[in-house]
Structures are given as structure tokens and as C-alpha cells.
Ligand binder design. Structure first.
Ligand code: IMP
Length: 197
């Protein structure tokens, strides 16, 4: 690497996502910088489609490479709910509502999925997916993080994401995995990306 830090616009208003993404990217010579572009969310069951559309829209406003991320919690016993509707489910039924839906359900397995899109221009949009398997806790635990962090226990661990804190969370999380893939792509395509920025 040439030692130059690449600063890439990140169209997100979620400060937790920004911190997690930058932790994941710190070994790749990349830093995301928040930009105030509305995240245009289409109705779809497909995170890749949602994020590709949002990245194309963000590029059309900024006219330079931009990163967008969309994530969801997929609970197997609920046939993948809330999935792409996670943000709406969090705002409406919240953690308590999810725990209620799982009352008496023995299969508490779930996964978090994060999909990151890098728009190089309006047609060249590269997508990176990260996942983490885990299970839904019986009750909320921990005070760090955001969203469903207090009830998600990643596989191979006993603590929830909210108990692990952002550094340990990002080592195993869906978002950590997706942004590390973006980092690997950038390492291979640094010169091309720098020319576009
Ligand atoms: P968004 O649409 O990508 O902002 O995320 C959808 C929703 O999923 C968020 O509002 C959170 O409730 C939840 N979510 C996404 N990622 C995480 C995470 O890393 N931890 C906890 N909840 C998350």
C-alpha cells in the first residue's frame, strides 16, 4: 500500500454503522466519511436490490463514488421475518415484540445479513455481502450498540452483541464481514478508485 488513506463517502445517518464500518476497514487504508444524502429505500424482499438502488440514487446526487449499506435480522422460526423489514419492525414492535413472537418457540436461530454497495458510477455498482449466524436471547442483555444488538448472540459466543461492545462485535458481525470484503476489493482496485474520487 502507498500509505495514502482513501476517504470514501458513506450515505448513512447511523453513527453506529459508521463506527463499525471504519473499524472493519482500518486495515485496508480506507476511511468512510458520512455524507448527507437521503437513503432512497425501495420496497423489496431482496437486500441486494434495495442497496443497489440506493447506491445508484446516492451516486446520482453526489456524482462521485459512494458507499451504501442495508442490513436485516432473519429469524428462521419466523420464516425470515423481519428480514428486509427490520428497520420498520424495530420502530414498531421493537425488541419486546420480537421476543413475544418467539414465546414458546424452541428454535431461536437467526442470522444477521449486511449488504454493502459501492457505486463507481450510475451503472457500475459492486455489492458485498456479509452474514453472521446466531440465536435470539431469551431477554435483552447489554447496553452497547443499537437496534437488535441486545438480543442477538453470535454463534460460538455466549454474550449478545450489546454485551460484546463494538470492537468485539465487528470482529464477527455481518457488517464487519461485508465491509472487510469491500476493503479487500479496494486493496486490489486502489488506483482505479483513486482516479474516480
Ligand atoms: P437498516 O435498514 O440497514 O438501517 O437496518 C435495518 C434495521 O435492522 C435497523 O434499524 C436495526 O434495527 C437492525 N439492524 C441492522 N443491523 C444491525 C446490527 O448490527 N445490530 C442490531 N440491529 C441491526
Amino acid at each position: 500500500m502507498d500509505g495514502i488513506l482513501i476517504e470514501l463517502p458513506f450515505a448513512s445517518k447511523n453513527p453506529h454503522k459508521l463506527i463499525e464500518a471504519n473499524i472493519a476497514l482500518r486495515d485496508y487504508g480506507v476511511k468512510l466519511v458520512p455524507v448527507d444524502v437521503e437513503k432512497l429505500e425501495i420496497q423489496s424482499e431482496d437486500l441486494e436490490k434495495i442497496v443497489t438502488y440506493a447506491a445508484r440514487y446516492a451516486y446520482s446526487i453526489l456524482r462521485k463514488p459512494v458507499v451504501v449499506e442495508d442490513a436485516g435480522l432473519f429469524i428462521y422460526a419466523l420464516r425470515g421475518f423481519p428480514g428486509p423489514y427490520s428497520s420498520y419492525a424495530f420502530k414498531t414492535i421493537g425488541i419486546e415484540g420480537i421476543l413475544k413472537l418467539l414465546e414458546g418457540v424452541s428454535d431461536r436461530n437467526a442470522k444477521f445479513v449486511s449488504v454493502v454497495a459501492l457505486a463507481l458510477n450510475e451503472s457500475d455498482i459492486i455489492v458485498f455481502r456479509g452474514e453472521v449466524e446466531g440465536s435470539i436471547a431469551l431477554k435483552p442483555r447489554g447496553s452497547e450498540g443499537f437496534g437488535f444488538d441486545p438480543i442477538f448472540i453470535p454463534q460460538g459466543h455466549t454474550e449478545t452483541f450489546a454485551e460484546m461492545g463494538v470492537w468485539r462485535k465487528t470482529l464477527v458481525s455481518h457488517r464487519g464481514n461485508a465491509f472487510r470484503r469491500l476493503g479487500e476489493w479496494i486493496v486490489k482496485n486502489r488506483d482505479k478508485l483513486i482516479r474516480l474520487l
